[in-house]
Each structure stands twice: as C-alpha cells, then as structure tokens.
Design a protein around this ligand. Structure first.
Ligand code: TD3
Ligand code: NA
Ligand code: ZN
Length: 305
C-alpha cells in the first residue's frame, strides 16, 4: 500500500532497522524491487531521480504509483535529489509520497530557506520531506579535521537545521559518496560523528552512497565485457553500525545497475542470435531482485511490513 516516507522511516528508526530506498528508471527495476519487498515482507521506498522522471516521464510515474498502491507491503514513492522547488511540485503533482530537496551545496541559510519552502508545500498535501546537510564525499581517514568539518555534517548545525526547516528526515554526510568508487580499500565512515548527530536529531537519518559494490558483482560485470576502473563500496558492517546509530533510510542504486547490466551483457553474449528483449531483460530483472533481497536482509527490514 502507498504510504508516506515518514510513516515507514519513523518506525524503522524507533525499532532500530533500516529500510532500502532503491532507485528505479523502468518497469523491470520497479517489479524487481516490489517483488523482493513482498517476498521478504519488508517495507520499501521506490526512489525516482529527476533523471528517471526525464527518462520515463508520466508512464514511469504512473506505473510506479499503480504498483506501489497494489503492493501488499508499505511502499513510499520518493523523489531522489530534488534540485528545485519546481521539481518537487511536479513530484507532488504526480502523487509522490516522499520528496527530497537537496540544497546541500548551498550555504546554510539558503539551504534552510529553500528546504523550509518545500516542507510547507509538501506538508500542505500530506507528503513528507528529506533534506540534506553536508557534502557527500569519500574522504580518507587521515584527512585533516577541519577539512572533514567542511565536508561532513556538523551535528550542532544539523539540530538547528531540522528545527528551523521542519524537514522529516535528514541525509547526512559521514564519508559515503555516490557511484562505484567510494574510496581506497574500505571507505572511512565517521561513526562517532553519526552518533553525535543522532543524539541531537531525533528524526530518521538517511545514508546516501551506500552501495556495497561487491567484488563478485564487479567481476561478473567485467567478465561479461563491462569495463570499470577501481571499485569500492561501503562495507556491510559499516552499514549495520550506521543503522544501529540511527540511520533509517539507505539509498542503493549502483549495486542494482551493476547487477542488471552484467546480466544483460551475459544474455546478449550467450546467444548472438537472440533478439527477444524478454530473454535478456528477464534474467536481469531477477538479478536486481536478488540484490534487493540481500540488502533488505542486511538492513534488518525483513518481516517488518
Ligand atoms: O545515494 C544514492 C545511491 O548511492 P550508490 O551510488 O551508492 O548506490 N542515490 O541517491 C542514487 C543516485 C541516483 C542518481 O544518480
Ligand atoms: Na533520497
Ligand atoms: Zn544520493
């Protein structure tokens, strides 16, 4: 059933588990994510970026809404990285039940002002809001403290930010970053900083750039002809620790993309004569579903629906 993001995330933080926010751009990803959620009896967040909406348009938004409504587990339909007030209004008009306004690259006062404006509009129509404070950036452990403070989320600022904006959940920067390369070896995650943020911010916390980029998946992608440079994701133990400290929403996109693309490549390589898309998109859909199920097990959301 279709619910707001806060309805899912408030319970998750209170009960100490995480809920996956999985990005989708098409029918197969959407089906894979929802089938995994139903099989695992797990709440789930379907995340559409502005790029996804540009790519899939009303067809994608309608498909996502309909399938979310029909799902037998709680589902929120979420705008990922909304870049402007107008973009958020479009998502609200399309029936999204959660929206992110990402003004983390602006100065503090601008972020507060723009976020508060979105909160007023979203709350007026019963939709909940994710905001972001701090700069997503993979940083090495030895990086100077002042540089870390310039990049990562400042706990005291976070408290003030949430009080002044009324946002419902907060994306924090504690060392993760988007994409398939998140830092040398095991990326440094600033758990002590997260602990201080969580002590001052009772709202559910959000972790972006949380994909694991598992070596076996990277190898499978390469073996099927994919080309990718140095790859490193977030260690599962660092995810579990972050959840125990207050992270309730965990964004996963890269792992799904790698799995889907590896299987499409394998499908095309296996039978050059094949030109029925279902023959190579179907197995790719299954691979995405398996990744989503394993993420739900890691996050502890299995059986929480
Ligand atoms: O935080 C994330 C995903 O992080 P990851 O790249 O670790 O899967 N997202 O917000 C997804 C970004 C989609 C637009 O590129
Ligand atoms: Na988001
Ligand atoms: Zn993100």
């Amino acid at each position: 059933m279709l619910v707001t993001g806060l309805e899912i995330l408030k319970k998750a933080r209170a009960e100490g588990y995480g809920v996956g926010a999985f990005n989708t751009n098409n029918m197969e990803f959407t089906q894979a994510i929802l089938e995994a959620a139903e099989e695992m009896r797990s709440p789930v967040i379907l995340a559409l970026s502005e790029g996804a909406l540009k790519y899939g348009g009303k067809a994608l938004a309608t498909l996502v809404q309909e399938l979310a409504r029909d799902a037998r587990v709680p589902v929120a339909v979420h705008l990922d990285h909304g870049s402007s007030y107008e973009s958020v209004l479009l998502a609200l008009r399309l029936g999204f039940t959660s929206v992110m306004i990402d003004k983390s690259h602006e100065d503090f006062e601008t972020n507060v002002r723009e976020t508060r404006r979105v909160v007023e509009a979203a709350h007026a129509v019963g939709v909940t809001v994710e905001a972001e404070l701090g700069r997503l950036a993979g940083i090495e452990e030895h990086v100077a403290v002042d540089e870390k403070d310039a990049l990562l989320t400042n706990p005291e600022e976070a408290r003030i930010f949430m009080e002044r904006t009324g946002a419902d959940y907060l994306a924090v920067a504690i060392g993760t970053s988007h994409g398939a390369y998140k830092g040398k070896g095991r990326p440094f995650i600033d758990h002590p900083r997260l602990e201080r943020i969580a002590a001052l911010v009772p709202a559910p916390l959000v972790l972006h750039g949380a994909s694991a980029v598992p070596p076996e998946l990277v190898e499978r992608f390469r073996a099927a002809g994919g080309e990718i440079g140095e790859a490193a994701g977030i260690h599962p133990e660092d995810i579990k620790k972050a959840i125990a400290l207050g992270v309730a929403k965990i964004n996963t996109d890269t792992d799904l993309r790698l799995a889907f693309t590896a299987l499409v490549r394998e499908g095309l390589n296996k039978n050059p004569k094949e030109f029925d898309p279902r023959k190579y998109l179907g197995p790719a859909r299954e691979a995405v579903k398996e990744v989503v199920k394993s993420r739900m097990e890691l996050f502890g959301s299995v059986g929480k629906a």
